[in-house]
Design a protein around this ligand. Structure first.
Ligand SMILES: [Mn+2]
Length: 334
């Protein structure tokens, strides 16, 4: 499938009512990009609603427009009505229909054409138009580039910029990841020039912890962090009862896996959380190990070379053992 700004533009011209859907467990990039794209579409005089499969983290609730997001897990009826009324669906920050989780069936059943705007690898073939680049730092970067290509960047005011900057910051680990190229910083500069308040974004995203959340982090680091693979891999695991003990809420374990990766000499890190009777997995790497492949081959997931996600139906303990043996195979003999 080819990535084409013009294909997206034709759909924007042809239709009047749009829906934007993001992946389950939406993050700052998914929500930030969706709200920005919604505002850009609104500025064309067209209608647009944002749908999330499940709730987004509290640290994103302040974003302009966030309170109007329809959450499928909370109100499937309203989501179905909105889908019925729309002409087409934009999929943002994901590229395979099963990433919508339990919302997938209703979204697909609506039978509307799809367009994908995304930066993950290997998009699947279910849309009529694509604007994709797996080297982009974030979907927010792609929304910015697309807006410039289509001459819609005149509607990037400080509110749109706030949404896009939040996507950039959260998907690049505050501009630290290898995906940050000179262009990404040029985009950040252009967003800042709209007068948006980047200090407020950091404040909202990073300094809005609850005390239970910090205690959960402290517990995870002191009691649930293990080295494996000849000390070249590390992982953190949290059981359902660990999470309950610290009053877990969505977003509370965001970024925890990066602590494991921050250990000197560690090349791969994993985070395992027992939730909804399965084990949810985040994988990170630095250097050459491709965690997208690791997630695809062993943990029913995928993502990027240095950051991926997946799941396991094994018990938490068995999942940890499986990761240990994969890492021991890879590193112990080297
Ligand atoms: Mn993203």
């Amino acid at each position: 499938m080819k990535s084409s700004a013009m294909d997206i533009y034709r759909m924007l011209q042809k239709y009047n009512v749009f829906a934007i859907v993001v992946h389950r467990g939406p993050d700052g990039d998914a929500i930030g990009s969706a709200l920005a794209w919604q505002k850009i579409i609104n500025a064309m005089g067209k209608e647009c609603i944002v749908i999330a499969p499940d709730d987004y983290p509290a640290f994103l609730r302040w974003l302009p427009g966030a309170k109007d997001i329809l959450v499928h897990a909370n109100d499937a009826t309203r989501v179905k009505e909105a889908l019925k009324l729309c002409d087409m669906v934009f999929c943002l920050d994901f590229n395979a229909s099963d990433r919508m989780g339990p919302a997938e069936a209703d979204v697909v059943k609506a039978g509307k054409p799809f367009a994908i705007i995304d930066h993950h690898r290997f998009p699947s073939d279910f849309a009529e138009a694509y604007y994709v680049d797996d080297e982009a730092s974030s979907t927010a970067e792609l929304i910015y580039r697309l807006s410039v290509e289509l001459n819609l960047d005149g509607s990037i005011d400080s509110e749109v910029a706030t949404c896009l900057y939040t996507g950039l910051v959260t998907d690049t680990g505050s501009f630290r990841y290898p995906s940050v190229r000179a262009d990404v910083l040029r985009i950040a500069a252009a967003l800042l020039a709209t007068g948006m308040d980047h200090v407020e974004i950091y404040e909202q995203v990073y300094n809005s912890n609850r005390i239970e959340q910090l205690r959960l982090k402290g517990f995870a680091l002191s009691e649930r962090l293990k080295l494996t693979g000849g000390d070249q891999a590390a992982y953190i695991y949290l059981s359902a009862s660990d999470l309950a003990r610290f009053d877990f809420r969505p977003g509370d374990t965001e970024g925890l896996v990066n602590y494991a990766l921050s250990i000197k000499g560690v090349h791969v890190a994993a985070f395992f959380a027992e939730k909804d009777k399965i084990v949810k997995i985040s994988l990170r790497s630095k250097g050459i190990l491709d965690v997208n492949n690791l997630a695809r081959e062993h943990f029913k997931g995928g993502g990027h070379i240095h950051a991926a996600g997946g799941r396991s139906e094994l018990s938490l303990e068995q999942t940890c053992r499986k990761f240990e043996s994969l890492m021991n195979e890879r590193y112990e003999k080297s």
